[in-house]
Write a protein that binds this ligand. Structure first.
Ligand code: HPA
Ligand code: ZN
Length: 346
């Protein structure tokens, strides 16, 4: 890392903007901006219990994960048609491209939609069409990861998997999200075993609000390849050693952690610990429409709060590609792109 030439503080924001990145922790339903919620509500004749965009935005004062999830699921109720899913994904991908996100692995929550009578086909085809077009249209290489809602049963996760299998070419992996505490990873042991057998890549949210034990069981019981959030890992030295030894990536989301009061002051965020320990951690936006910013907003706020520098930027960007589910040749190509942008910056 010390091989990186220093960048003067006044030019650091420009480097952070320009550096190519992978975003590996973004819930597409969390990219639904209030303006689009109102537009889709009108287009689809759906009533929402807010008088205006400003009124809705005012409700985004969260105290914890659950207080956010209640509003997030309500916001998603305006999504009905394939075009709605396409429009939501395209709007995110346009913003990602502006932030120099060149690879995006995007979560979606089909149960939030199928529970309202929207078909799996509608959800997957709308999102997938936007991802496919993003490569040529925006220069973003985008893939989908289907998430099971952990507050629901494993049986319901199995039913969701079965409904999604006719569209298996449209998503590369499965994840686990929603209310964490009280819903440990092992609740989904059988369905993750089935997904592994089917050849899907595996990830899970663990250690956002939940204890380090949930990170251990996501690794040892679910056999996931990446941990989403994982910020509670710093409370367990043996776990930190395990994450280092197996180079398990942590998809950290600083503005999310601030807004959901995991670290109410960004200056207290634990990200420096995994970085100093050489772990494969990187920065992501989680639910950008709700948490105050997209990828580069997360980068800028975190660098300012924690006093990070150009060598951290290179470490975070390279970690993001290493942790992605691209093949080895693409990972090398992306890492080279990071190096060449940094070299030409000077
Ligand atoms: N945690 C858990 N579930 C979620 C999140 C999150 O940060 N965002 C959307 N669903
Ligand atoms: Zn998340």
């Amino acid at each position: 890392m010390s091989l990186i030439k220093p960048v003067p503080p006044e030019r650091l924001p420009e480097l952070l903007r320009r550096i190519p990145k992978a975003e590996l922790h973004i819930h597409i339903e969390g990219s639904l901006e209030p303006e689009m919620i109102f537009k889709l509500a009108q287009r689809n004749g759906v009533t929402i219990p807010y008088a205006s965009v400003e009124d809705l935005r005012k409700a985004y004062a969260f105290t914890n994960l659950q207080s956010f999830l209640d509003i997030y699921y309500a916001g998603a109720s305006v999504l009905l048609k394939e075009q709605d899913f396409y429009d939501m994904a395209w709007a995110y991908l346009e913003k990602a491209a502006l932030d120099n996100v060149i690879r995006a692995e995007i979560f979606f929550d089909p149960q939030t939609h199928t529970a309202r009578g929207v078909s799996m086909e509608t959800v997957v085809k709308g999102l997938s069409r936007a991802c496919k077009e993003a490569k040529a249209g925006l220069g973003v290489d985008a893939e989908l990861i289907l998430c099971f809602l952990r507050h629901l049963s494993e049986q319901e996760a199995f039913e969701t998997l079965e409904a999604a299998l006719p569209f298996r070419d449209h998503f590369i992996g499965v994840g686990l999200d929603s209310s964490e505490v009280g819903h440990p990873p092992e609740k989904f042991a059988k369905v993750f075993a089935k997904c592994k057998e089917l050849g899907f890549r595996l990830v899970a949210h663990a250690g956002e609000e939940g204890p380090p034990e949930y990170i251990w069981s996501a690794l040892d019981v679910l056999k996931v390849e990446r941990i989403d959030h994982g910020v509670q890992s710093t409370r367990d030295a043996a776990l930190m050693q395990r994450l280092a030894k197996d180079r398990i990536p942590l998809t950290v989301c600083p503005l999310s952690n601030q807004k959901l009061k995991v670290f109410p002051d960004l200056k207290d965020h634990s990200l420096r610990k995994p970085l100093d320990a050489g772990l494969c951690a990187m920065i992501n936006s989680d639910d950008p429409a709700y948490f105050g910013g997209y990828m580069n907003d997360n980068w800028q706020a975190t660098f300012t709060a924690l006093g990070l520098d150009a060598s951290h930027a290179v470490q975070l960007a390279k970690n993001s590609f290493e942790a992605s589910f691209c093949d080895a040749a693409m990972k090398r190509k992306y890492a080279d792109r990071v190096s060449s942008v940094v070299e030409s910056f000077h």
